[in-house]
Every structure is written in structure tokens, then in C-alpha cells.
Design a protein around this ligand. Structure first.
Ligand SMILES: C[S@@+](CC[C@H](N)C(=O)[O-])C[C@H]1O[C@@H](n2cnc3c(N)ncnc32)[C@H](O)[C@@H]1O
Length: 340
């Protein structure tokens, strides 16, 4: 038996000891292009740190841009929708901190509202849901802890008209070649009354983008948390100090339809071996070898207006609203399914 075949046999034998939701982490860590699924960065602590960073960063301004755009334009969106039996669904809801203006506009219009936040960080969104219900008396929150498309399938048969939010440029973390199929599948679950609202990063200024992704205080607490999670989940001994956080900006990689993107990875500073004792697995890193923090090449996409409109058109959505902030670094887009 070759060493590669032996390696896969070991992985298969030990996978059964790993909870189903973590099996893809093992597969990705041991694949030829070592990586972790992007969602693995968001356990409860990861989600808390993410929220702290996006709310306080002076270089990563997405939160402020998107919050302002939503506050300004949410009424345009809500007022165009039917007035009765409407529900709010949000993919990758996290702290739901930018959702508040939307909840308030919908409560004002409908009097009562059901909100379904969908997020892989199940414990975190359950806590956030309880907070929201305490804050808004006519709001019913039904959190769904799981992957984006499982959440879409979960609400697909609901008969209420849906306003589906996908904020924080989270769509830009989806592997670039899965973005169009994902929009097509979302489209298939929606009716002509429903709306999909996407928030997308449009910042393509190389220096500003790199500045935004490089940790302000040298080490990124969010990525350190990821290493701690990995060690906890798999009884591992990965040394976070032996990896450097590296950011690259890849401009218009393939053609004019493909967005530019940030690539982020941990680079092994030396030749080293990481043990995942729970799996009986060792993972060898050569000096300089990368551990990518996303399934696809893109950690985070940066779109032009043309690319956003093109994606919408190809996935059979009409653009009902397209709003950008003053320096066009961020957009909020309201999409309606065509031909239904
Ligand atoms: C970039 S953050 C955005 C959070 C929040 N919407 C905001 O705008 O600040 C992405 C969110 O999506 C969740 N997430 C990431 N990948 C996911 C996936 N494949 N399925 C479900 N949730 C995911 C994360 O837990 C996190 O809360």
C-alpha cells in the first residue's frame, strides 16, 4: 500500500470519531491544498471577536458603510413588498447588529414579525435571538443553526413572503465558482413577491484592502481563536506562533466577470508537524507552506458594479435597488426573482 493510500485509510478510520459537522474540517486539513472551511472560523468566541473587530476597526469600514446604507434605504425595500404575512430571513446573521433597522422598518409596517437568522454559529445566534426577543416585544425569532443553503431549504416551504438578507459581504466568502449556482438555487426557492438583499464589498484599492485585512495589532485575535478551536476540537498541538497571518490581493484574476479577491492564509514559518491526537493524525508543514482559510481561492471578493449586475442577471434576478456609499466602496442590492 502506498503512503498516500495508508494516509487516507487512517483518516477514514478516525473520521467516525469526529462529529459529522467537523468531518469536512478534517478532510480539508488533510487535502493537497491544506485549508479549513471558512465557516470554521466562527464558533461563539470567533463570532464575538469578529463583531468586536468590525465594529471598532479604523481600516475595515464595511460595518459602518452597510449600516448607513440599510438605515437610509430599508424603507424603499420594505414598502415595495406586500403588506401582509411577511417574514425576515438572514443568512450568516452573526450578531444581527445591522439587522436592527430592517427589523424596525418591518415591525413598523407589519406590527409583528417572524425573523429566522441562519448561521453556523448555533449557540451564538441562539443567545442573540433571546436578546432580540427581549428588545422587541412583537418579534418572534426562530434561529436556525446550520449552513446557508440548509437554512434556505428550511424556510423554502414557508408560505409567508420573504425578505432574505445576506449581509456583511458574506456572499463574497463563498467560493467564487459556487456563487452563481448558489444564487440560482436561492432564486429557485423564492417567489416574485420575495426579495433578496445582498451587501457586497466594492473596495478594490489594493493598499486599502491589504490594510483592512492585516491585523491592527500584529496578531489577529480572531485567527488565534481559530487555532485554539482546532486544538480543542481535535486535541491538537498547533502552535499559533509558528504561523504567520498572510494577506494577498488578487486583482481581476480571470476575466472581467470574475471579482478581485483577498486571499488569506497562515504561512508555516518553519518545517513542523502538527498532531491531532483525537484523530491519531499528524499533518506536516514545510517551511512556507500555506494553510488557507477558505474552501475556494477567495477569502473575500471585491466586486465592481458590472460584476454584481452580471451575477444578478445570470441567476435570473432583476435589480430593484442598487445603493452605494459616497465613495462607492460598498453596495446594498435588492434583487427580485424574474419570470415567476
Ligand atoms: C462575515 S460574517 C457576517 C456577520 C454579519 N452578517 C455581519 O454582517 O456582520 C459571516 C457570518 O456567516 C456565518 N457563516 C459563515 N459561513 C457560513 C456558512 N457556510 N453557513 C452558515 N453560516 C456561515 C458566520 O458564522 C458569521 O456569523
Amino acid at each position: 500500500m502506498t503512503s498516500v493510500a495508508r494516509h487516507f485509510l487512517v483518516i477514514r478510520r478516525h473520521l467516525s470519531a469526529v462529529p459529522a459537522d467537523l468531518q469536512s474540517v478534517v478532510t480539508s486539513l488533510t487535502s493537497h491544498r491544506k485549508h479549513v472551511p471558512h465557516w470554521y472560523l466562527y464558533d461563539t468566541r470567533g463570532s464575538e471577536i469578529y463583531e468586536e473587530i468590525v465594529r471598532s476597526s479604523s481600516t475595515y469600514r464595511l460595518w459602518n458603510h452597510e449600516y448607513t446604507l440599510l438605515q437610509t434605504h430599508v424603507k424603499d425595500i420594505v414598502d415595495k413588498m406586500p403588506s401582509a404575512r411577511t417574514m425576515l430571513v438572514e443568512l450568516g446573521s452573526g450578531a444581527s447588529s445591522k439587522t436592527r433597522p430592517v427589523i424596525e422598518a418591518m415591525l413598523e409596517r407589519h406590527g409583528a414579525l417572524t425573523y429566522v437568522p441562519v448561521d453556523i454559529a448555533k449557540d451564538y445566534i441562539e443567545e442573540i435571538s433571546r436578546e432580540l426577543e427581549r428588545e422587541y416585544s412583537n418579534l418572534k425569532v426562530e434561529p436556525f443553526g446550520g449552513l446557508y443553503m440548509d437554512g434556505c431549504r428550511h424556510v423554502a416551504s414557508r408560505t409567508e413572503t420573504k425578505l432574505l438578507l445576506f449581509l456583511g459581504s458574506s456572499f463574497g466568502n463563498v467560493p467564487v465558482d459556487e456563487q452563481l449556482p448558489m444564487l440560482e438555487e436561492i432564486n429557485a426557492y423564492l417567489t416574485a413577491q420575495d426579495r433578496l438583499v445582498l451587501g457586497l464589498d466594492m473596495n478594490t484599492d489594493r493598499e486599502a484592502v491589504i490594510r483592512a485585512y492585516v491585523a491592527e495589532h500584529k496578531r489577529c485575535p480572531w485567527l488565534d481563536n481559530f487555532v485554539e478551536r482546532l486544538n480543542k476540537d481535535f486535541d491538537g498541538d498547533m502552535d499559533k506562533m509558528a504561523f504567520d497571518d498572510t494577506v494577498e490581493f488578487i486583482e481581476n484574476p480571470a476575466d472581467k466577470d470574475t471579482p478581485s479577491y483577498v486571499q488569506q492564509y497562515l504561512k508555516s514559518s518553519t518545517m513542523q508537524r502538527v498532531h491531532l491526537r483525537k484523530l491519531g493524525l499528524t499533518i506536516d508543514f514545510a517551511a512556507g507552506e500555506r494553510l488557507y482559510l477558505s474552501e475556494g481561492p477567495n477569502y473575500s471578493c471585491k466586486y465592481s458594479e458590472y460584476q454584481v449586475r452580471h451575477l444578478a442577471e445570470k441567476s435570473n434576478f432583476a435589480v430593484e435597488g442598487f445603493w452605494t456609499n459616497e465613495d462607492a466602496k460598498y453596495c446594498v442590492v435588492c434583487l427580485v426573482p424574474n419570470n415567476k
